[in-house]
Structures are given as C-alpha cells and as structure tokens.
Ligand binder design. Sequence first.
Ligand code: ADP
Ligand code: MG
Length: 318
Amino acid sequence: MNEFEIIDRYFAVDSGKRKDVLKGIGDDCALLKVPRGQRLAVSMDTLISGVHFLPETNAADVAHKAVAVNLSDLSAAGAEPAWITLSMTLPEYNEDWLESFHIGLKRIVNFFGVQVVGGDTCRGPLSITIQAHGFVPETVFHTRSGAQPGQLICVTGPIGDAALGLKVAQNELQVPPNVASQLLKKYFTPYPKIAAGIALRGRASAVIDISDGLLADVFHISESSNVGALLRWDKIPLSAAAQTIDDKILLKKAVLSGGDDYELCFTVNEDDLEATRHALETVGNECIPIGRLTGKSGVKILDNKQEMTFDELGYTHF
Ligand code: ADP
Ligand code: MG
C-alpha cells in the first residue's frame, strides 16, 4: 500500500460529513467554516509509543485515547468539538494494527460528531499527533487564570481510576477481575467531559482538565490565577473500584499525582454552586467540591486536619 492508499483506507473517517467542512482530506489544505458569533478553540497533543501509551496497547484504544485527550482540552475551554487533524508516524505498514486503529478512530469521532479533515503521514517511530478544533461563543472563554480566593474547587467525577488502571496494566497492582476491568477502561478509553465543559460556560471562573494529576492541575490553576488552594483528602470522590484498594499509600498517590483521568476541575463562587450542580447533573455529570481557593500561594491538602506532604505533584516530561 502506498501512502495515499493508507490515508484513504485508515484515516479518512467519514463521520457524516459536517456541513462546515468545505474541503476535507485530499487537497493541500482543508477549508473550514466557523459559525457566525463563535470563536475557534485549538489544541494539540502528541502520543508517543512507550511514553504516552504502552507499546502493546491495542491500536483501537490508541486511536481512542489520542482523540480523547485532545477533545478533553477543548472540554476545559468549554468548546464544542468540530474537526481534528491527524499526524501519524508509523514504523511500518501493519495491516492489523491500522485496521484496529481505524475502528477505534471511527468509533470515537462518530461518538463526538467530529470529522478528520486532514493530517500528515510519515514513517518513523510510532507516534500520533492530533490537533483538535472546536467552537466557543464569542462571549465565553474558560481559562486557568480566573480563579478568586474564597471560591470552591470542584471536580466532575471520581479521581485516580486511570492511574490505578495503569498500575493494573503494568501488573503492579493485583485486584479482582471486575475491579480491574473498570480501572483499565478508565485508563485506556477515557471519555472527555465535553457536555460538562459546555454546562460550565458562564459559571466557572477557571477550568482545567485533569491530565497531569489532580494536584498538578490544581497547581496550574493556582499559579495562573495567583491564588492558593486548600484541598480536603476526604472530599475527593473515589469510584467504587478505587475504594476497594487496600494499599492506601498507592491509592493516595494515584488520586493526587496520577494523571489521565480527564475529569474537569473548576472553580466557582459558593453562591453559584447549586445552579452549577444542577447544570452539570442535567448532562449526567457530578459537581463535587474538594476544597477552596485561598489568598496564599501554593497547593495544600489536609487529611484529617493534618497537612499531607508529597514529593511530586504529577507527571512532567523534563
Ligand atoms: P501534502 O504533500 O500536500 O502535504 P499529503 O500527501 O501530506 O499532502 O496529504 C495528502 C492529503 O491527505 C492532505 O489532504 C492531508 O491533509 C491528508 N492526510 C495526510 N495524512 C493524513 C492522516 N494521517 N490523516 C488524515 N488525513 C491525512
Ligand atoms: Mg503532508
């Protein structure tokens, strides 16, 4: 198969041909139409084999995750996803791998109604770069920098499952099969919180998606907004699966510093909490306060009134 046949067969996923795609794959550029009154939100993420995913991961899950992590950045911005571009670096032509990748790609782009509008294909060590494009109304933009002292810090759902799932995948955590399957699912096939991001428009003062780890991501908000954060360990929601983990040190590490959950963390005025909870519940999400912003700097977390100490906030590459 030559390069163009590969593109056509595996990456040109037809997701119902969006009307705002005037020209998609097959020309030098895609030509796209942003609706009147909306702005374009753009984000890019790379997944490298052996760095961002285990090399033996099935290709459908790789495709899923590559799209999911990008759409998750859009969700933090409160954007509605529209298009993606896809840069593939492949070590070889591997029909089974590509077929599986194609299935995973098709499933997730159809689920979110986004269209692959272009990309690039090269030979080299396996890596996938996606750029995601979405729309936000001109009047709305979530950033990490709008948080104010006194506001509540909330999350949209349980934290830590993905990091525990990674431990299970690496055989570093032994759990019963039903627990394992729940944790693995959260790690391999996260669903970005698009509807939650949209529901938070005009309500949250700062939003971030939890990708690096809860503490690291709260730290990003606190730094960007020039405020401090005080979290309560007992308020952080854990899934039923996570609650079965006996090794509490491993559990705390996964919840506080493990990444890849793709829940949203946001800040909101206490007076707006109930309305925000209602807006999130309407779209099937939770609204769980886990702490409060302070006038001091830095992120602190209390466990039974004792300040917890930790040596690493989350994942960084350098
Ligand atoms: P050019 O030589 O003009 O850069 P390419 O040969 O890289 O064009 O790509 C041909 C067409 O296929 C372009 O429309 C490009 O956007 C699209 N394309 C290339 N690789 C991919 C990919 N991995 N996924 C989706 N579209 C792709
Ligand atoms: Mg090219």
